[in-house]
Design a protein around this ligand. Structure first.
Ligand code: DAH
Length: 356
């Protein structure tokens, strides 16, 4: 009987040729059972060895084992080769062409951020006042009831408290704490500091964020910004205050915008006035933003009330002064003719991009 291994060499050569011709890992996995697995020539040869005489069987077994190793090694080598090639193709496809990115960014230039409208307005306002000889100071946004109200001549339960819808942080003892409803409490800090450091007179502006329990509308935001002004000096009169307001209006809004002061009430000033400017949206003709009046209220002002001097311990016979406070957001609205102030907080890039 001819040995079952008589054609082994040509069978192995054929297997090696098939392995070499495998084109992908997927094809390799599909062919594996017929190359080295149960359905392979090698397995059927293995079975046929059973018909050999025992003394021939172990030699033939060893030969077949050697042949199998040879095929298995060729298969593993091919597997590694195909895996390497497939990885190379994948990386090639993922390659990031930096040249491409540069070309794209020339077509669509990357946008660079810029300062927001309110912070840039704040800086412009500061600049105007610095140009008029004022310094710029800062104060806390969380205040005790005393700074936000009492020292400003608004005792607890005073009806004027209704002028400010307040966010309370803490109603506890010994102090009630609030989010400041205006920048006026910074006046108090500044006077205390000037007194302690013997740094009178004061000519300062104090910009910052304020909070009120208001529903936002075209002219109001619940979080907004004010700039407070304070002058404490000798022989200060209402004419000095009116002059500062008028000079500020003309230099910030332009010479075609007028300001006017109208009698008003604020507990911390006497006399007090409301400070209005020509509505820049309708130039005084009347529109929705100014409720058809032609005027927009920017804030309040007045001569410092003696009660405020005494709250901080300043001698009202020696010192006199005025204060003012108005909305920074409102200034931005008027300067850039923004019909609805809510645009300032909506972060619509089409709106923001106009002010770069
Ligand atoms: N603090 C006032 C408010 O927010 C505005 C104001 C009025 C400020 C009169 C002043 C002032 O300094 O003198 O309604």
């Amino acid at each position: 009987m001819t040995s079952p291994l008589a054609n082994l060499q040509s069978q192995i050569d054929e297997l090696l040729a098939r392995i070499a011709s495998l084109e992908s890992l997927e094809a390799l996995r599909a062919a594996e059972p017929s190359l080295t697995g149960k359905r392979s020539v090698l397995s059927s040869l293995q079975k046929s060895l059973g018909g050999l005489a025992p003394e021939e069987r172990s030699d033939a077994g060893a030969t077949l084992q050697g042949a199998r190793r040879h095929v298995e090694i060729a298969l593993e080598d091919r597997r590694v080769e195909l895996a390497r090639e497939e990885r190379r193709i994948r990386l090639q496809a993922d390659r990031l062409d930096l040249g491409d990115v540069v070309v794209q960014s020339v077509r669509w230039p990357a946008t660079v951020g810029h300062r927001g409208l309110v912070p840039s307005t704040q800086r412009e306002l500061e600049d105007v006042f610095v140009g008029m000889g004022f310094t710029v100071a800062d104060g806390p946004e969380v205040e005790s009831d005393w700074y936000n109200f009492e020292a400003l001549n608004i005792p607890p339960a005073h009806p004027a408290r209704g002028m400010w819808d307040t966010f309370y942080v803490d109603l506890g003892e010994p102090e009630t704490v609030v989010l400041r409803t205006h920048t006026s409490p910074t006046q108090i800090h500044l006077m205390e500091l000037a007194l302690a450091q013997e740094a009178l007179p004061i000519h300062s502006v104090m910009p910052g964020r304020c909070y009120r329990r208001d529903t936002p509308d075209a002219r109001h935001l619940a979080t907004f910004h004010q700039i407070e002004g304070l002058v404490v000096d000798r022989d200060i009169t209402f004419a000095d205050l009116a002059g500062v307001i008028e000079t500020f209006t003309r230099s910030y809004f332009g010479s075609d915008i007028e300001s006017r002061l109208r009698p008003a009430y604020f507990p911390f000033t006497e006399p007090s006035a409301e400070f209005e400017i020509t509505c820049t949206i309708c130039r005084g003709d009347g529109c929705r933003t100014c409720s058809q009046t032609g005027w927009i209220e920017l804030g309040g002002c007045g001569m410092l009330d003696p009660a405020v001097f005494s709250a901080v311990g300043l001698d009202a016979d020696e010192w006199s002064g005025f204060a003012f406070g108005f909305g920074i957001d409102r200034c931005a609205q008027m300067r850039y003719q923004i019909g609805d102030m809510r645009a300032l907080i909506e972060n619509d890039v089409r709106f923001l991009g106009q002010f770069s």
